[in-house]
Design a binder for this molecule. Structure first.
Ligand SMILES: [Ca+2]
Ligand SMILES: [Ca+2]
Length: 262
């Protein structure tokens, strides 16, 4: 066989293999920046760090009308999510999980970037404690409520907005300002023996108390008051095969042009 012909055949075979691999790699891996913002009125509610996960839809942290599981209680009562993260990992071992920011006062923002396999983990789940409170939080009840990516890895949701009416009471700790995080001694605890329900009205009962951040609390909430925004920005991660193919393709094109010019 003519040596230059065999090299050319090898090159086209290699290109075909890379072309076959590249689209799948492009579709699957995306760099997602999650930005969070406290939209509540100044002097109002603050939020503990936001716990998040990109997943297959196998983790359901809580159900409205049912007793709160230890995972969501660890978010709602002290913000740590110390049991939520392990529960998430157990239910959906391939999920990409994390925690964004610190205590977020009104007007505060934070962001974090995650590398997400969108084919494996298309769904988004979040949870954060609302303070001051004994056991209030924001989060999604439905495990597949937020499908973030389509089959090609494109973002389907630009942002998730939460208003006061979206706030949950975990039903695990009774209302008690003296034992509430941010205004009292959070290590105190009285069992509520209730269920997860919507509740923001109770927050007004903390009005006039001094928070750990030094301001006098005033909830100022109506049901429609915006309190939190989660924004998503996604960038495709160039797969090594794709980048290499581009370099080879450009080099090949240059060689062809030189040959033609000659
Ligand atoms: Ca649920
Ligand atoms: Ca409660």
């Amino acid at each position: 066989m003519n040596p230059s012909l065999s090299r050319s055949m090898l090159a086209s075979t290699l290109a075909a293999v890379l072309l076959g691999l590249a689209p799948a790699a492009r579709a699957a891996t995306v760099q997602v920046t999650v930005s969070v913002e406290n939209l509540a009125p100044a002097g109002g509610i603050a939020f503990a760090p936001l716990h998040v996960g990109f997943h297959q839809g196998l983790f359901d942290g809580f159900d409205e009308g049912a007793a709160a599981a230890p995972g969501i209680v660890s978010v709602a009562e002290n913000g740590s999510g110390s049991a939520w993260q392990p529960a998430f990992a157990a239910a959906d071992p391939m999920a990409t999980r994390g925690t964004i920011g610190g205590v977020l006062l009104a007007g505060g923002m934070a962001s974090q970037t995650f590398l997400v396999d969108t084919a494996l983990n298309p769904f988004f789940t979040f949870a954060a404690m609302v303070v001051p409170s004994n056991d209030f939080f924001i989060g999604n009840d439905g495990a597949t409520q937020y499908p973030l990516f389509d089959a090609a890895g494109h973002l389907l949701i630009a942002e998730i907005m939460q208003s006061a009416a979206d706030i949950w009471d975990a039903g695990s700790e009774a209302f008690d300002p003296a034992a509430a995080a941010f205004v009292g001694d959070a290590s105190g605890h009285t069992d509520q023996n209730g269920v997860v329900n919507r509740n923001f009205a109770e927050l007004a009962q903390f009005d006039g108390l001094t928070t750990a951040a030094g301001y006098t609390f005033a909830s100022q909430l109506q049901g429609g008051t915006p309190i939190y925004r989660i924004r998503f920005d996604a960038q495709t991660v160039p797969a090594p095969a794709t980048a290499w193919l581009a370099v080879c393709g450009l080099a090949g094109l240059g060689a062809t042009r030189r040959r033609r010019a000659g």
